[in-house]
Ligand binder design. Structure first.
Ligand code: SF4
Length: 434
């Protein structure tokens, strides 16, 4: 939006997100708020009037990255207002406020009120509410104007041994089915074809809102004009038969799920305080595959948890080989102070963790390649986003693989049926079926 009332240029804001997809979606909402107020969005690292950093505190290393980014922001925008928000801000507000150049420190609930706080005078302001009130559903675009995230839940009541999130985001809260449907209808009427349901632990929805997650999903799937639907990460122990039935009943549900595994060894799962066993995980994946035989399945895995022996790591490796997992998200265990795991004995040496991550990731790449090759010769529906640097139109298949087609047409935000004819540069290449 250009400022027409004067020759004053628009204010500039640079935003940066660390951490999870939920954080990215929240930054997206806030970026939209800045745009609506006439700000131009510039790249992080360019001089800006406001620099907004949405932080993560999942490990000690994440905290250190946040501090480096704050220094970088002050270097590139010495006159700009630096706002540090999100999980790390929630955990260590005073420490952050004491850093050079920081003007505002906002907790997870307060970050949405950044515009009001920016209007207030003063430096080193801290606004962090520890009560963890829910603020309502936050929605935003993803990487294009095709998919939107719909946040239905925040916080977590679990106490996984490696995780600080319940302290940073508070106890689980959720919006009602009625509010979620209203938000989703708004997204559909503004042109989004695909909705991704997000939250910190969306499987906790029922316990928090009192309404059933499968009823919420059924209500969203019934919305006219919504064409594609995905769930973001869902804890395996929260995937019920009713939920699978509802998902299976609608062609809008895409062939892609993200089910965190973390470890393929029961003793390590117990040490992590996860709420399922290897047998439970195996059963859930098998049920999903029966309902969605061509599904892509993503899984988070943490390797090198304190005390993890070579055999226990191999149990994870072997389970990942046995199950039809296609998208591996592998992380080395990383210490986060004030968690149970940080106080455990037998921390694994950095070099050993690195080696375990490398071997699992290499295996994951090979599995994804096989899965991708297996798609050649099949048909899929693709939601197209944009033309890539090679001049081909790109989007995601139902099972979450990038597909590119050669065409003169502008396919942005269109869903087309595509015959998958081959692979180029690691991506599927296809032809649109007329
Ligand atoms: S389920 Fe476990 S890992 Fe996930 S946010 Fe809750 S405590 Fe953290």
């Amino acid at each position: 939006m250009e400022n027409k009332d004067s020759l004053t240029p628009n204010k500039r804001v640079a935003l940066h997100t660390l951490g999870c997809r939920l954080n990215s979606s929240e930054t997206g909402s806030i970026a939209q708020g800045f745009k609506d107020r006439g700000y131009d969005i510039v790249d992080f690292g360019e001089a800006a009037d406001v620099v907004f950093i949405n932080t993560c505190t999942v490990t000690d290393a994440a905290d250190s990255t946040c501090r480096n980014l704050i220094r970088k922001a002050h270097g590139s925008s010495p006159e700009g207002k630096i706002v540090v928000a999100g999980c790390y801000a929630q955990m260590e507000p005073e420490k952050i406020a004491g850093m050079q150049g920081v003007d505002l420190v906002l907790g997870n609930s307060e970050k949405y009120k950044v515009f009001e706080y920016l209007d207030e005078e003063g430096e080193n302001q801290i606004h962090v509410d520890k009560s963890g009130e829910f603020f309502g559903g936050a929605t935003t675009t993803a990487d294009s104007h095709t998919r939107a995230f719909l946040k239905i839940q925040d916080g977590c009541n679990y106490i996984c041994a490696f995780c600080i999130i319940p302290f940073a985001r508070g106890r689980s809260r959720a919006i009602s089915i009625a509010d979620a449907v209203t938000e989703a209808k708004k997204l559909v009427s503004s042109g989004f074809k695909e909705i991704v349901l997000t939250g910190v632990n969306i499987g906790e929805y029922e316990h928090t809102s009192g309404e059933k997650l499968h009823d919420l999903v059924a209500s969203l799937l019934a919305i006219d004009g919504l064409e594609r639907f995905r769930l973001s990460s869902v804890e395996p122990n929260t995937i019920t038969d009713e939920l699978i039935e509802v998902l299976k009943s609608s062609p809008k549900v895409q062939d892609h799920f993200h089910i965190p595994l973390q470890s393929g060894d029961d003793e390590i799962l117990k040490g992590m305080r996860r709420k399922y066993t290897v047998a439970d995980y195996r059963q859930i994946i098998n049920k999903l595959m029966l309902a969605f035989p061509n599904a892509g399945i993503g899984a988070d895995m943490i390797v090198g948890f304190p005390g993890e022996t070579k055999e226990q790591f191999e149990n994870t490796f072997n389970l990942a080989r046995e199950l039809p997992l296609t998208h591996f998200h592998v992380f080395p265990y990383s210490k986060r102070k004030n968690t149970t795991a940080a106080k455990m004995e037998n921390h694994i040496h950095h070099a050993e963790k690195k080696q375990r991550v490398k071997s699992l990731l290499m295996f994951g790449d090979a599995k994804l390649n096989l899965f991708t090759e297996d798609q050649v010769g099949k048909k899929t529906k693709v939601l197209f986003e944009r033309r890539n640097k090679h001049g081909l139109f790109e989007g995601y298949s139902s099972n979450y693989i990038r597909v590119q087609v050669q065409t003169d047409l502008d396919l942005s935000n269109q869903i087309c049926e595509v015959y998958l004819s081959g692979i180029e540069n690691g991506k599927l290449i296809g032809e649109i079926i007329q």
